[in-house]
Design a protein around this ligand. Structure first.
Ligand code: NAP
Length: 255
């Protein structure tokens, strides 16, 4: 855990006028141990966060901007908590290289800040050992650009790890004909079904099946406020975790 600080941690929010950014600004303002010192939008210079003395910056911008934002934050010794999607193996590798020369700086890249979604991924990895069948259904709002979701991909990878540890082979499936892709995408050997529907926010169902039983894990984010406890956990912990951490579970004691 981080040591208690004598002053509120000074926080900048990048993407402050976006949906997530606005919620993050409100959450930081409501936290007595944090102080919001800069709201950065697309037109603002990131230098204003430096001038405001930000110690931690939250990046909730767009995939095309986030890597350069984080590069500049690390350059200035500012810890970064990043929820923006779009990171690639190449951009993560470049960040790791930069962080090697900035050993005191921490960066958290969290594909999902919802505590329940992170727990569901962990629980899915444990359950995967005990069931022959496993499938994922992810459901999101109609404006989501990518499918399947990053969380569903990570969940599939976690299930695949659990199955491999238990020595389980491929999931049983006799499908021979599926010209329209009704069985969904296959990620790490796990079928993933993506639903896009107006009214939804972010939802995931993981179904496990064994002889005569079904076990279901479900997580629903009904509102962006559900991401804020995870954002604040990241802000409070990032300075105590130098280097790059991918996934909020890196800051949670999940065994
Ligand atoms: P949004 O409403 O479109 O907000 C993005 C904001 O970033 C906009 O206000 C945009 O300004 C601003 N922006 C763009 N380039 C910028 C730059 N270079 N510097 C500063 N601000 C910049 O999107 P959102 O729904 O809030 O989501 C933001 C990101 O968080 C997305 O990548 C989304 O996938 C991700 N997300 C993550 C989680 C999680 O749990 N990790 C959960 C939900 C969403 P303009 O309006 O001027 O373009």
């Amino acid at each position: 855990m981080t040591q208690p600080s004598t002053h509120p941690t000074r926080v900048a929010v990048l993407g402050a006028s976006g949906r997530m950014g606005a919620a993050a600004c409100a959450a930081v303002e409501d936290a007595p141990d944090l102080e919001l010192v800069a709201r950065i939008g697309r037109e603002d210079d990131l230098e204003s966060a430096v001038e405001a003395g930000a110690e931690v910056a939250i990046d909730l911008t767009v995939p095309s901007a986030t890597a350069e934002n984080v590069r500049r934050l690390v350059e200035h010794g500012i810890h970064a908590v990043v929820g923006t999607t779009g990171w690639t193996e190449e951009s993560l590798a470049a960040l790791r290289t930069q962080l090697a020369d900035a050993p005191a700086v921490g960066v958290l890249i969290a594909p999902n800040f919802a505590i329940g979604a992170v727990l569901a991924m962990r629980f899915a990895e444990i359950a995967a050992r005990y069931y022959d069948s496993a499938e994922i259904i992810e459901m999101h709002h109609e404006n989501k650009l990518d499918a399947p979701s990053g969380t569903a991909r990570h969940t599939a990878a976690a299930i695949a790890r659990g199955r491999a540890e238990a020595g389980l082979g491929p999931v049983p499936d006799a499908t021979e004909k599926d010209p329209d892709g009704a069985r969904g995408a296959v990620v790490d050997g796990i079928h993933v079904h993506a639903v896009r529907q107006r009214g939804l926010v972010a939802h995931e169902v993981v179904q496990f099946g064994g002889e005569g039983e079904q076990f279901v894990l479900r997580h629903d984010s009904f509102d962006r406020i559900s991401f804020m406890p995870g954002v604040l956990l990241g802000v409070r912990e990032v300075a105590a975790h130098p280097g790059l951490t991918v996934g909020l579970d890196g800051y949670m004691d999940l065994g």
